[in-house]
Ligand binder design. Structure first.
Ligand code: KOT
Length: 812
C-alpha cells in the first residue's frame, strides 16, 4: 500500500446510510457506548467527531497541497479569537447538515438538541476577537495558506448575569466537558523562557546569550477552519502553558510540603489560565505581558519550524512568511524574531532587521489613547531582559534615521521614540509595531485617516507609503446564512442561486426587488418570524437594538437618556399614538470598569421600572438579556429593525456589529464614525438615519471648552431626564451616572442629545409607513455586500500580504 495515498482510502459517508455507519462507529469505538445507552452528550460527541472527520480529510489534502507549493504563508497572530459555536458551522461547511439530521434522528435525538450542547469558545472580548474569527474563515474560503495563532485560555470571557444589581461575572470553564473540535499536538510543544539575565558573547557586538530564569512549556492544539464552498481547511493553533517536569519540587513533596511542591508549576500554568476581560483599555499587569510573550515565542518557533520543512537559510524567509499582528498585543514578536535571527541563528543585525521588517504587518484597532499599550521599562527589563536590549538598539538606529531626515528636531525625536521618558520610562508598543513592520493599517477609512492625522502623524510624515486602510468585514456564512436561514432562503430565491455566499456584492441584485410588493411582504414576514423566535417583546413593535461592549465612548448612556425621555413623554400623554418599541441592550463591561457597570445597572433598573408601569409598558419595553456572545448575537441580529451605532464620532475604529445588522436588513441610526460612514455611503443617505457631530466638530468642541451644563440648561427634556436620575428614583446608580454626565461627559453625550432625539422622531415617522421601511431594509441588505470579510481578506492579500490562493484539488 502506498501510504501517501492513505488518506484517500478512508471513505467518508456521503449517503445517509454511510453517514449513519460512521456515526455508529464513533459512538461505539471512540465514545465507548451503544445506541441503547447513548446520552445526548454521547450523540453530540459522536456527531461532532463524524463531522470533524470530514474536515480532517480535507485538512490532510490542504496541508499536502499547501506545503507542496511552498507559498508565502499568512500567519495571523492574535491574543483573541471569538470563533462562535462550531457544530452548526462545520455541518454547513462540510455539507453534511441533512445527513446529520437524519442520522441523529434515528438515534432518537434532534439536531437542535445536540447543537444546544455545543459550547462556544469565548476566547476573546469583542470586536477584535470576532474580527480574527471572520478573517480566518475568509482566508480559508479564499484558499489562502494561513495559520491563526492564539492562546487556549482555560477560562474564556466571563459569563455575565444581569439583575437589577447590574452585572455579575462568573468564570467560563468552556472546555469543562471537553472540546471535540480540537486536535492536541504535543509533539510540536515549545519551550519559552522568562526572566534571567543576558551575557555578552566575546567577539560580537550585537549578539548576546540570554539565560532565562524560568522555563515554561507551550503545548499546541488546533481547531479546523474550513473554507466555504471550497476544499481548503486551514487551522487555528492555540497554545496552552504547561509546567516543565523540573518545576515540580519532589524534595518538598517528600517533606510533606504539598502546596509548595507544585507552586512553581501552578505559576507556570497560570499563563494561559484566563483571558483578560478588558476591551479597549490598557492594563499594565505582568501576567498579561507574559501571556503576550508566551503566544509570540511559541508561534514564532512554530513558524520557523514550518519554514524549515521546505526552505534553507534565511534569504527567503520574508518571501515565504508574512505575520499579521492583530493590534499591539503580539508586538514583542518583532524583537523576538530579531533575537532568534541574531542570537540563535547568527544572522548579521542589518540583514536580520531587513528580514524582520519585511515579515511583519500591523493592524491598529483603536484611537483611544488609553488603549495604546505601553509597558514599564522596569517590568520589561525583569521579564524579558534580552528583548529590552534589542528594543533599545532598534530605537537607537531608528532615531538616527529620524535625525537624518529632520536634523535638530529634538521634540520630534522625543515624540517618536519607542521609549517614553515621562512621567515614567515605558515601552510604546504601537511605535515598536510601526517601526518594525512593512505595513500599518487602520480598520475603516475614517480610522485610518485619523491614525495618519493624529496618533501616528509623525510616522505617517516619515513613511507615508506604509500607512493603509483595510475596512473590516464579517462572515456572511455565520452572520447571514447560519444566523438567518429564512432570509438566506429568500435571498437565494430572489437572486436565483446561493452564489452570494461567496460573492457578497451579488446582493446588489436584490435592489430590483425592493419595489416588488410581494417580495417586500415576504421580507417583512421573515423579520417578524425572527422576532417571534427571539421572544423578547411584541413582534410588531419596533425592535431597537444596541449590542456591543459597554464603554462610555459607545454611549449606551445616550440611548438610555432617549429611553427615559420616551418614558416621560408617554407618562405625560398616555393617549397619544405612540410607536411601540422594544429596546434591546446586550453586552459586557470589563469587571473593573465601574462607570460602564453603572450604566448597565441603571439600564436594568429603568427596564424594571417601565415594565412595572401599566401606562408606559404597552408602548415601551426595555430588555437586557444576559451574557452577550457570538451565539446570542446570531439570535438578535436577524430580529433587529433598528441598529444603534451612536458612538462619539472619531472614537469607534470601525465597528462590525453595524455591518452584521445592516446585512440582515436593520436600518442604522448612527453618527459619522468608523465604518458607519462607509455603510451610509453604500446603502444611501435616504436609507440611514444620521445624527450628531462629526469627528472634526467633536474634536473642536473639546478644544473650545465643553460644558455639558450648557446643554442641560437649554434643553427642557434633557433636563427632565437628568433630573429624574439626580432625584434618586433610580437609586444611587442614577445619581452617579447623572453626575458624571453633568460634571464631565467625556464623550459629549449631552451635546448630541437633541440631534439624536430628533433623528429618532424621524425613525418613528418612517416606521409608520411599513412599505417604505421595508424598502429601506431591503436596500440595506442589497448594498452591504462590500462588508464581507472575504473582501477584507482580498484587500489584505493584494495590498499588504501579496499572496495568492492555492486551490486544493477535490479527492480523486
Ligand atoms: C483592545 C485593546 C487595545 C487596543 C484595541 C482593542 C480593541 C479594539 N478591542 N476591540 N477593538 C475593536 O476592534 C474592532 C475590529 O477591528 C473594531 O471594529 C472596533 O471599532 C474596535 O473597538
Amino acid at each position: 500500500m502506498d501510504l501517501r495515498q492513505g488518506i484517500g482510502l478512508r471513505k467518508l459517508g456521503r449517503t445517509t446510510d454511510e453517514f449513519q455507519q460512521d456515526l455508529l462507529s464513533n459512538l461505539y469505538y471512540r465514545r465507548g457506548t451503544t445506541v441503547e445507552s447513548a446520552s445526548a452528550r454521547d450523540a453530540y460527541e459522536a456527531l461532532s467527531q463524524t463531522v470533524r472527520d470530514h474536515l480532517a480529510e480535507r485538512r490532510a489534502r490542504t496541508a499536502a497541497a499547501q506545503f507542496a507549493s511552498n507559498p508565502r504563508w499568512v500567519y495571523y497572530l492574535s491574543a483573541e479569537y471569538l470563533l462562535g459555536a462550531q457544530l452548526e458551522q462545520n455541518l454547513l461547511y462540510s455539507s453534511t447538515g441533512e445527513l446529520a439530521a437524519e442520522a441523529v434522528k434515528a438515534l432518537g435525538f434532534s439536531l437542535e438538541d445536540l447543537e444546544d450542547l455545543d459550547v462556544e469558545p469565548g476566547l476573546g472580548n469583542g470586536g477584535l476577537g470576532r474580527l480574527a474569527a471572520c478573517l480566518v474563515d475568509s482566508l480559508a474560503t479564499r484558499d489562502i495558506p494561513a495559520v491563526g495563532y492564539g492562546i487556549r485560555y482555560d477560562l474564556g470571557i466571563f459569563r455575565q448575569i444581569i439583575t437589577e444589581n447590574g452585572q455579575t461575572e462568573l468564570p467560563d470553564d468552556w472546555a469543562f466537558q471537553g472540546n471535540p473540535w480540537e486536535f492536541p499536538a504535543p509533539d510540536d510543544r515549545q519551550t519559552v523562557g522568562f526572566y534571567g539575565h543576558t551575557e555578552p558573547i566575546p567577539g560580537s557586538e550585537t549578539r548576546k546569550t540570554w539565560v532565562p530564569g524560568e522555563i515554561v512549556l507551550g503545548e499546541p492544539s488546533h481547531m479546523l477552519v474550513p473554507g466555504y464552498g471550497t476544499e481548503t481547511v486551514n487551522i487555528v493553533r492555540l497554545w496552552s502553558a504547561k509546567a516543565s517536569e523540573a518545576s515540580f519540587d519532589l524534595s518538598r513533596f517528600s517533606a510533606g510540603q504539598y502546596a509548595e511542591a507544585v507552586q512553581e508549576a501552578v505559576r507556570a500554568e497560570n499563563i494561559s489560565k484566563v483571558l483578560y476581560p478588558d476591551d479597549s483599555t490598557e492594563l499594565g499587569r505582568e501576567l498579561r505581558l507574559k501571556q503576550q510573550y508566551f503566544l509570540v515565542s511559541c508561534s514564532l518557533r512554530d513558524i520557523v519550524r514550518r519554514f524549515r520543512l521546505r526552505n534553507e537559510g534565511w534569504d527567503t524567509f520574508a518571501d515565504k512568511t508574512v505575520i499579521q499582528l492583530n493590534d499591539t498585543h503580539p508586538t514583542i514578536a518583532i524583537p523576538e524574531l530579531m533575537r532568534l535571527l541574531v542570537d540563535e541563528y547568527e544572522v548579521e543585525w542589518a540583514k536580520a532587521w531587513e528580514i524582520t521588517r519585511r515579515t511583519f504587518a500591523y493592524t491598529c484597532h483603536t484611537l483611544l489613547p488609553e488603549a495604546l499599550e505601553t509597558w514599564p521599562v522596569r517590568m520589561f527589563e525583569k521579564l524579558l531582559p534580552r528583548h529590552l536590549e534589542i528594543i533599545y538598539l532598534i530605537n537607537m538606529l531608528f532615531l538616527r534615521e529620524v535625525e537624518a531626515r529632520f536634523p535638530g528636531d529634538h521634540d520630534r525625536l522625543r515624540r517618536m521614540s519607542i521609549i517614553q521618558e515621562e512621567p515614567e520610562r515605558r515601552v510604546r508598543m504601537a511605535h515598536l509595531a510601526v517601526v518594525g513592520t512593512e505595513a500599518v493599517n487602520g480598520v475603516a477609512e475614517l480610522h485610518s485617516k485619523l491614525l495618519r492625522e493624529t496618533v501616528l502623524d509623525d510616522f505617517a510624515a516619515l513613511w507615508p507609503a506604509k500607512f493603509q486602510n483595510v475596512t473590516n468585514g464579517v462572515s456572511p456564512r455565520r452572520f447571514v446564512k447560519l444566523a438567518n436561514p429564512r432570509l438566506s432562503d429568500l435571498i437565494t430565491e430572489g437572486l436565483g442561486d446561493d452564489g452570494w455566499l461567496r460573492d457578497l456584492e451579488r446582493l446588489a441584485g436584490l435592489e430590483r426587488l425592493a419595489d416588488d410588493g410581494s417580495f417586500r411582504e415576504r421580507w417583512q414576514a421573515i423579520k417578524r418570524a425572527n422576532k417571534v423566535d427571539l421572544a423578547v417583546g411584541d413582534p410588531d413593535s419596533l425592535t431597537d437594538v444596541m449590542i456591543k461592549r459597554f464603554h462610555e465612548y459607545k454611549r449606551q448612556q445616550l440611548k438610555l437618556l432617549h429611553v427615559i425621555t420616551l418614558y416621560q413623554r408617554i407618562r405625560q400623554n398616555p393617549a397619544a399614538d405612540w410607536v411601540p418599541r422594544t429596546v434591546l441592550f446586550a453586552g459586557k463591561a470589563a469587571p473593573a470598569y465601574h462607570a460602564a457597570k453603572d450604566i448597565i445597572q441603571l439600564i436594568a433598573t429603568v427596564a424594571h421600572r417601565i415594565e412595572a408601569d401599566p401606562v408606559a409598558s404597552p408602548y415601551l419595553k426595555v430588555v437586557f438579556p444576559s451574557n452577550y456572545n457570538v451565539t446570542l448575537a446570531e439570535r438578535i441580529v436577524p430580529a433587529a429593525d433598528l441598529s444603534e451605532q451612536i458612538s462619539l464620532a472619531g472614537k469607534e475604529a470601525s465597528g462590525t456589529g453595524n455591518m452584521k445588522l445592516a446585512l440582515n436588513g436593520a436600518v442604522t441610526i448612527g453618527t459619522l464614525d468608523g465604518a458607519n460612514i462607509e455603510i451610509r455611503a453604500r446603502v444611501g443617505e435616504d436609507n440611514f438615519f444620521l445624527f450628531g457631530m462629526d469627528a472634526y466638530e467633536a474634536a473642536q468642541a473639546r478644544i473650545n471648552g465643553y460644558h455639558p451644563r450648557h446643554f442641560y440648561d437649554r434643553d427642557e427634556e434633557l433636563r427632565a431626564a437628568i433630573d429624574t436620575l439626580t432625584s434618586g428614583v433610580f437609586g444611587d446608580v442614577g445619581r452617579r451616572v447623572a453626575g458624571s454626565l453633568l460634571d464631565w461627559d467625556e464623550y459629549l453625550t449631552l451635546a448630541d442629545f437633541r440631534s439624536y432625539l430628533e433623528c429618532q422622531e424621524h425613525v418613528e415617522k418612517t416606521w409608520r409607513d411599513p412599505a417604505r421601511w421595508t424598502r429601506m431594509s431591503i436596500l440595506n441588505t442589497a448594498h452591504s455586500g462590500f462588508f464581507s470579510s472575504d473582501r477584507t481578506v482580498a484587500d489584505y492579500a493584494a495590498r499588504i500580504w501579496r499572496v495568492s490562493p492555492i486551490p486544493v484539488a477535490p479527492p480523486a
